[in-house]
Write a protein that binds this ligand. Structure first.
Ligand code: HEC
Length: 238
């Protein structure tokens, strides 16, 4: 085997006229499993345009899969409720999109598929982590999230008693803020404030109180005197 004629990866050959040993796909052929006939399923586009439709029926199983994948891949930046104030953003990443602002609510469904497939601005794409069916499941789940955060008492079946979150917080001895709107915490440090997310995000890094901890991703914004060096102090903020 050592001596037999063979092509070594990345090496040329004089057997083929173009000198390449690695052969390109034969024209007008498609590799098995790569036909991708359903263009909308694979691209989220019809004639280059995003559409407000799922390419397959949404069942409870699809939504549960979407929720599970969303919680794994999207919550670090977009948070569990999708308001764009996830933990990585709180630690200095560019504010991620809030799925509940009017602009995003108005986006057609396949916009979400498209963003996951191709990335968007500072957001990387998730096509390697999420095969197309999963991207659609996540998109469907985002719609469910949008409903959940914009529901009114009229959406609850008649006769069902709705208990305000504030009374639940009181009963459970939770702070009143538990029931309030969830904005970017003061400790959030945005590398480039864009004003696109959450009320409460500091407009300028300097606007954040000097005593607060600054993101390790932004060492230049941390005034030298406020660096946490003691393990006790570091632990208390996490
Ligand atoms: C590493 C952080 C990060 C993760 C993880 C992440 N995103 Fe994002 N996402 C962002 C940022 C940052 C933006 C805003 C991009 C910009 O404006 O440059 C954004 C924007 C978006 C937008 C808004 C696009 C628009 O029209 O404005 C959508 C939709 C979106 N993300 C979906 C997702 C989904 C779905 C996932 C999970 C598969 C996900 N993102 C995971 C950081 C992230």
């Amino acid at each position: 085997m050592h001596d037999q004629p063979k092509f070594i990866p990345q090496r040329g050959t004089d057997f083929f006229a173009d000198g390449r040993s690695a052969r390109p796909q034969v024209e007008h052929t498609v590799a098995r499993g790569q036909l991708h006939e359903d263009e909308y399923f694979y691209t989220g586009l019809v004639d280059g345009k995003e559409q407000d439709a799922m390419p397959f029926p949404v069942t409870m199983t699809v939504l549960e899969r979407g929720q599970e994948r969303f919680n794994v891949y999207c919550t670090p930046c977009h948070s569990r409720v999708g308001n764009g104030a996830g933990m990585i953003v709180q630690r200095g990443y560019k504010p991620a999109g809030n799925f509940h602002d009017p602009k995003r609510l108005a986006e057609p469904l396949s916009h979400y598929f498209y963003v996951m497939s191709n990335g968007y601005g500072a957001m990387p794409d998730y096509s390697a982590q999420l095969p197309p069916a999963d991207r659609w499941a996540v998109a469907a789940y985002i719609r469910a999230l949008q409903l959940s955060q914009n529901a009114t008492t009229a959406d609850v079946p008649q006769g069902t008693q709705v208990e305000p979150l504030s009374s639940i917080a009181e009963q459970e001895g939770l702070p009143a803020a538990y029931a309030g709107a969830w904005a970017m915490p003061e400790t959030a440090v945005s590398a480039k404030p864009t004003g696109r997310v959450a009320a409460g995000a500091p407009e300028e890094d300097q606007a954040a109180p000097a005593s607060k901890n600054h993101s390790p991703m932004n060492p230049e914004t941390s005034p030298a005197g406020t660096k946490n060096t003691s393990p006790a102090a570091a632990g208390s903020t996490h």
